[in-house]
Design a protein around this ligand. Sequence first.
Ligand code: UGA
Length: 434
Amino acid sequence: MRIVMVGSGYVGLVSGACFADFGHEVVCVDKAEEKITALNKGVMPIYEPGLDLLVGNNKAAGRLSFTTDLGPAVEAADVVFIAVGTPSRRGDGHADVSYVYAAAAEIAQSIKGFTVVVTKSTVPVGTGDEVERIIRETNPDADFAVVSNPEFLREGAAIDDFKRPDRIVIGLSDDRARAVMTEVYRPLYLNQSPLVFTGRRTSELIKYAANAFLAMKITFINEIADLCERVGADVQDVSRGIGLDGRIGAKFLHAGPGYGGSCFPKDTLALVKTAQDHDSPVRLIETTIAINDNRKRAMGRRVIAALGGDVRGKKIALLGLTFKPNTDDMRDSPAIAIAQTLQDSGAIVSGFDPEGMENARQLINIEFASGPYQAAEGASAVVLVTEWNQFRALDLSRLKSSMAAPVFVDLRNVYRAPEVEAHGFTYHGVGKAD
Ligand code: UGA
């Protein structure tokens, strides 16, 4: 199949490289010339484990190429994926689909022969209908079908998620498009990944419902964690105790500082807005958003409490700044609210992140250290915010030796209290009675 990816950001690039790896001929298009020039030189615009190798190999094999010139690529394509951003619209929280519509209009002008146009971007229900209208209006002679095919990739594990998906959701009503999409995903289908064919609107909603459910699950366990602290229970045991029930499932039950990233915050908000517009409010999700927003600053207050309530003039070290490990993404990271809360109370905040320092510099004004031990020098507390592997086996004696006071706040429950306390620290986990 000849595939075009319009938008070479996170989703477009990972999906394009993986499709090429399946043996398809893929052209990734982006308007940003610097990005395309860099990609042609093998420089990745994002940090994602394994992506540089996957891109390099498929480029070398002649199956993957990058261009700013959409027209000729679309003319030759069987399938055109739209994988541009749908950020929160300033002011109202609706998803901003203007880039999707602009891409649709541009694609329309170059369609030749039967072409399947697929929205991979996360788009509100009904966007596919509008994409279809735009293409028909721009090019009345075009022979095409519009399909919805949402992505379920986690940053940091995106290639694996693409190649070993729990399911592939495809929303369409056209039989020719169904045959094309089956061919596109044939290698995964042969691997027994279920293809869920459904209507286009249903497919669009599945994406939002999935992210909203996961955000709600995390928020549920975070509230249970707070309760555990009050009643002397252990949230990790509660997670295991309920997660082994197949109806509940063990995943996404790790209590922590609240969810962040480019997807859950944006998608939960967009779902709430769509639901309100249709007079069918999703109150569980409205509440999820409110609880999660409060939680991030509450984590800052928790650190202050661990230091006896007064942090003025004290240094506090944050280990991990990104919203989760194996990414350089800082969007809506709990570290931002935590750093601000501590600074508002007069603390001096230092921090280190293996990949996120550059992005963090744009968002928070803290002392950036060259490593975890450097961040902890002179600190009255160390706060483990993001569970990067390199923070899982810290030399606790070394860490403590340069600190002003031995307080360890573990917002990801990476450590066990006794092992940290054995080194003379006071330990504070999440959802565990101190
Ligand atoms: C999420 C979904 O998991 C993907 O399926 C989806 O495709 C993607 O959004 C998207 O819409 O593009 P992602 O945002 O990369 O992926 O990251 P997750 O691994 O889902 O983590 C999101 C947040 O939840 C992180 O801040 C993480 O620390 C937090 N989390 C996750 C918890 O606090 N506890 C958990 O048990 C799991």
